[in-house]
Design a binder for this molecule. Structure first.
Ligand SMILES: [Fe+2]
Length: 242
């Protein structure tokens, strides 16, 4: 078994196209998508169009939930969720609203966006203040995996590629973000390939260059200069994205 894992595209169709082209060369049997698909200022509708055509299980992230939540939209008229909602077609919004919160692939792989319990929770690392990131303990990470009897558990949401092997052998993988780098100091798009070999489950993390300057231009043109800056250099604190 060998599959690709993508997450947190955040409407960045240029990064997504580069990643999907890279995946084409990898000989995988499926592409698993962990959500936060469209909320971003580059091209939400273009990202939705590509993701709807991807062959593999797909779940929703917290932003996907917010894009189709009327109360949330009413409260944040200047947000990227609002922008995505205004640009998506009716069928794209329907697709987004129908995505499940979690999924299981091939009896072996559990998919969630944040943690198994919450699409806003963080699992393998905490969001950070400035450039300081704190890591949870192994006990905290293990507790959130309780009752999930699958050899591979997948999460996204924090935009940080990381793989944790629990003491019982289960593997938890966050592939990082396709469309928005927060703490890498590089704009390259991230994804992962997970593969079962005789020796066990292997994780490959990949970083794919793409036309990030064009992505930044589109973000600025759509009125999100903070996003344009982080698309350019790969450094930002979540609070400064606006
Ligand atoms: Fe998220």
């Amino acid at each position: 078994m060998r599959f690709a894992v993508i997450s947190d595209v955040h409407g960045n169709v240029l990064a997504l196209d580069a990643v999907l082209a890279d995946i084409e060369r990898q000989g995988v049997e499926a592409v698993l998508c962990l959500g936060d698909n469209v909320s971003g200022p580059v091209d939400p509708a273009g990202a939705a169009e590509r993701l709807m055509a991807v062959d593999g299980p797909s779940i929703r992230g917290n932003h996907d939930r917010w894009v189709v939540d009327p109360e949330r939209l009413a409260a944040g008229s200047g947000s990227v969720d609002h922008l995505a909602h205004s640009l998506l077609s009716a069928s794209q919004l329907e697709w987004l609203a129908a995505l499940p919160e979690t999924a299981i692939y091939a009896d072996n792989v559990f998919l969630c966006h944040g943690t198994p319990q919450s699409d806003e929770g963080t699992w393998l690392d905490n969001f950070y203040t400035g450039r300081t990131t704190t890591l949870p303990s192994l006990e905290q990470v293990t507790a959130l995996a309780e009752g999930l009897d699958y050899p591979v558990l997948l999460c996204g949401h924090t935009h940080t590629p990381r793989a944790v092997r629990l003491l019982d052998g289960r593997l938890i993988v966050n592939p990082g973000a396709v469309g928005m780098q927060l703490v890498h100091g590089s704009p390259d798009a991230r994804y992962a390939i997970v593969e079962k070999r005789v020796s066990g489950w292997h994780t490959h993390f990949l970083a794919v260059p793409y036309d990030h300057e064009e992505a930044a231009r589109r973000a600025a043109d759509n009125g999100f200069p903070q996003w344009a800056q982080s698309l350019t250099n790969g450094w930002v604190g979540p609070s400064s994205l606006g």
